[in-house]
Design a protein around this ligand. Structure first.
Ligand code: LLP
Length: 425
């Protein structure tokens, strides 16, 4: 199925034995243990460069959405290719800095930025704040005044476009908490333009994630451009138009547009316009550049159902439990045992703890499984639920494997916790 991935396959199959770049996934599991996340440096680079070449001569800034995968080695890989970054917290900004990213290419999104986060971002001189409410605009103006800076601002507007994706990852409808109502935006821009420590530089929207069609992007951009023209009439000119992230990937049999298809749909609308185009892609850069490896601990049957109980759980990868996400799962080594239909479940004490349901797999106890498309919203959403140490993260570069995050230890689990003072003595 993954041969259908439109752009680049991080994982290839050699007679049913899976490898990433030039390294067999089974060797990685044996050497580094499971569960672990494994990313391909070549695939991450390829996916970023696909955007860059699709944008060709159009002035642009590709701000990788750090939330999709924030490991500093992933950020470093992208920073070295000239990426900008879309952040939603000061933690993400500090990661970008540690990875060698350029703060002047950072856009700061999010509905609830605090004054201290604003201050740090102002000191570092980020490209702009994507402001999501009038209250935030007031706080930003005051914060900038207090530290004698001027904040570059892009208003995130809500274009009221249906992204036709899962309701939890749809953000561009009026009923969602995100952005400023596009019909009210001209008033808010006029207010912003009068503020002493605000410089209006752009407009921004992000309508949702895992979009598999260009039509909602085009509809949102048309609405943004109508707003930009209206602002022009009011004497407010913008330097950039940010159309957010959201391009989908192939998990199963979806056929999302490539960055090239996406830009072919969008760029004609920008013909003759001087504003720089800003993008905030996350998933489409990292999802199919990564996998999660997990080992079968037990096979169990209750008469009606077969379960493959593996050593990764919903705390390691929550997407199936949270979004009913379908992610492909296959053994890393081909086996001749007869296939059976399994639910692949983890050790966490919840019925929602599953990675995959009703999959035909040829496996025995001890087999290593590869969960595909796990490079985005995988490790970053993991937790220590059930006091499970978080998985290791590895990066494959040709025939080399680098540990980019050590597996957590039991000691790590309670570092920072404290016992109450003892009563005795
Ligand atoms: N920009 C903003 C303002 C965002 O909120 C997001 C994602 C992005 C860019 C990047 O979108 P992408 O290109 O990755 O679709 N955890 C969910 C996805 C949540 C997306 C949140 N916002 C999942 O696993 O499907």
């Amino acid at each position: 199925m993954h041969d259908a991935v439109s752009s680049f396959t991080a994982v290839s199959s050699d007679q049913g034995n899976l490898q990433m770049e030039r390294v067999p996934l089974n060797d990685i599991a044996n050497q580094f243990g499971t569960p672990c996340y494994v990313y391909s440096k070549a695939a991450i680079s390829h996916n970023f460069l696909a955007y860059q070449s699709a944008l060709a001569d159009k002035a642009h800034l590709i701000c990788y959405a750090v939330k999709a995968n924030s490991n500093i080695a992933v950020l470093q890989t992208l920073a070295e290719l000239g990426a900008g970054f879309d952040i939603v917290s000061i933690g993400e900004l500090e990661r970008v800095l540690r990875a060698g990213g350029d703060p002047s290419k950072v856009v700061f999104s999010g509905v609830a930025k605090s004054a201290s986060e604003m201050q740090r971002a102002l000191e570092l001189g980020i490209h702009c704040f994507n402001v999501e409410s009038e209250a935030e605009l007031e706080l930003l103006n005051n914060t900038a005044a207090n530290c004698a800076r001027v904040a570059a601002v892009s208003l995130r507007v809500n274009p009221d476009v249906d992204a036709q994706t899962h309701p939890y990852i749809s953000t561009g409808l009026k009923e969602n908490k995100f952005g400023i109502d596009i019909d009210r935006a001209p008033q808010v821009y006029q207010r912003a333009a009068q503020m002493s420590h605000i410089k209006v530089v752009g407009v921004d929207c992000h309508i949702g994630s895992q979009l598999v069609d260009t039509a909602p992007f085009v509809a949102a951009l048309e609405r943004l451009l109508a707003l930009v023209d209206r602002l022009g009439e009011l004497g407010i000119t913008l330097d950039h138009i940010d159309i957010g992230g959201g391009l989908g990937v192939c998990y199963n049999n979806e056929q999302p547009p490539t960055p090239e298809n996406y830009m072919a749909a969008v760029l004609p609308l920008l013909q003759g316009r001087s504003e720089m185009l800003v993008l905030e892609p996350g998933r489409s850069i990292v999802a199919n550049a990564g996998v999660m490896l997990t080992q079968v601990q037990y096979l169990k049957s209750n008469g009606e159902k077969n379960f493959a109980i593996v050593d990764a759980a919903m705390n390691d990868m929550i997407r199936p439990a949270l979004y009913q996400a379908w992610m492909d799962i296959q053994p890393v080594v081909r086996s001749d045992v007869p296939a059976a239909v399994y639910d692949v479940v983890g050790p966490v004490c919840e019925t929602g703890d599953f990675l995959a349901k009703e999959r035909s797999l040829s496996i025995s106890t001890g087999a290593t499984l590869c969960l595909f498309s796990a490079g985005a919203y995988g490790f970053v959403m993991s937790s220590n639920y059930n006091s499970r140490p978080r998985a290791a993260e590895l990066m494959v570069d040709d025939d080399q494997v680098h540990v980019i995050r050590q597996r957590e230890t039991i000691e790590d689990l309670f570092s920072g916790e404290q016992l109450l003072p003892s009563k005795a003595g």
